[in-house]
Design a protein around this ligand. Structure first.
Ligand code: NCD
Length: 318
């Protein structure tokens, strides 16, 4: 096993072998999760604290379930967005946490970089559950596992990421992961929702959905992240759906066996047609949720192994 990281803060620091190690172990956990008795012992005796400074349904539930299935004591801390406006407060939070001796800390935060900062101050493994527009590594990993299982490989695929790229940490983490695994990524969306200098990432950029979807293997749709927009980025939701909403007519430009993905939460009729989202022959949206639990179990298992090894080493040195 090559995975030697202390934290999972983003896809950026991971090597392709790290990604493969997480996905291989996650495959085992998918099998465990499909059994009647779903208990593993990889996190036995460890304490996992989930700190979500931003709303979340599936990510938080997924991390909670993942920890519980592997035997951790899991606690969800209710965080008020208003209490973390200042950097100092975050450091205070870290001090409080250290006193509680957690082993795994799962953090979602509205500010890019906040999770990295916290990781420098706490004495446990930190997992980034989404920080601002920066990264959302477990989402990209669960997307990768979903693609690998549906397509039988995770390289040399044409993947289109569509919609609100500018505000999306999901797009950023996916872009990094898919690039590291040698896939071709196309970004499709209105120029107002495309980050400046995006072409430097080595991607193809389209503002025409039909042109961009031509012959792709994977269509990844994104939510319009209105909470991160401070002005009029689109003329109207109706107009947006007309040009960028995924419906049967636009999907026909992709390969016949192309899969449709969405990280959730979905706005039906805004970025995606409800019928496409529910079409079990095309949509893997429910698989993504299933893979999410398994990937988080794998990531926490690998981090816990490294944490235990480091502590044993430190203990032996005393
Ligand atoms: C994403 C997120 O929070 O970044 N959702 C998720 O984790 N399932 C995407 C989104 O909110 O649109």
């Amino acid at each position: 096993m090559t995975f030697s990281h202390s934290h999972l803060l983003g896809i950026e620091p991971l090597a392709p072998a790290d990604i493969t190690a997480i996905l291989d172990l996650a495959d085992d956990y998918v099998a465990l999760n499909r059994r009647d008795v779903k208990h593993g012992d990889a996190l036995d005796g460890l304490t996992q604290i989930n700190m979500f400074f931003e709303n979340s349904t599936r990510t938080q539930a997924s991390f909670e379930l993942a920890g519980k299935r592997l035997g951790a004591d899991v606690m969800n801390m209710a965080m008020q967005a208003s209490s973390i406006k200042k950097g100092e407060t975050l450091i205070d939070t870290a001090m409080t946490l250290n006193a509680m001796h957690p082993d795994l800390l799962v953090v979602r935060h509205p500010h890019s970089g906040a999770v990295d900062l916290l990781a420098q101050k706490v004495r446990c493994a930190v997992l980034n559950a989404g920080d601002g527009r920066h990264e959302h590594p477990t989402q990209a990993l669960l997307d990768a596992l979903t693609i690998r299982r549906a397509k039988g490989r995770l390289h040399r695929l044409n993947v289109a990421i569509c919609g609100d790229i500018a505000h999306s940490r999901v797009a950023r983490s996916n872009l990094l992961l898919l690039g590291k695994m040698e896939n071709r990524v196309r970004l499709i969306g209105p120029p107002t929702l495309m980050p400046a200098q995006i072409r430097e990432f080595g991607v193809e950029v389209y503002d025409d959905m039909r042109e961009g979807l031509k012959d792709v293997d994977v269509v990844m749709m994104l939510r319009l992240q209105k909470e991160r927009m401070d002005g009029g980025f689109i003329p109207s939701e109706r107009e947006y759906y007309h040009r960028y909403g995924l419906d049967g007519e636009k999907l026909a430009y992709a390969r016949e066996d192309a899969i449709v993905m969405h990280p959730g939460p979905m706005n039906r009729g805004v970025e995606i047609d409800g019928e496409i989202a529910d079409d079990i022959n095309r949509s893997v949206i429910q698989d993504q949720v299933e893979m999410g639990v398994a990937v988080r179990m794998a990531a926490m298992d690998l981090l816990a192994r490294n944490l235990r090894a480091r502590r044993a080493e430190a203990g032996a040195a005393i």
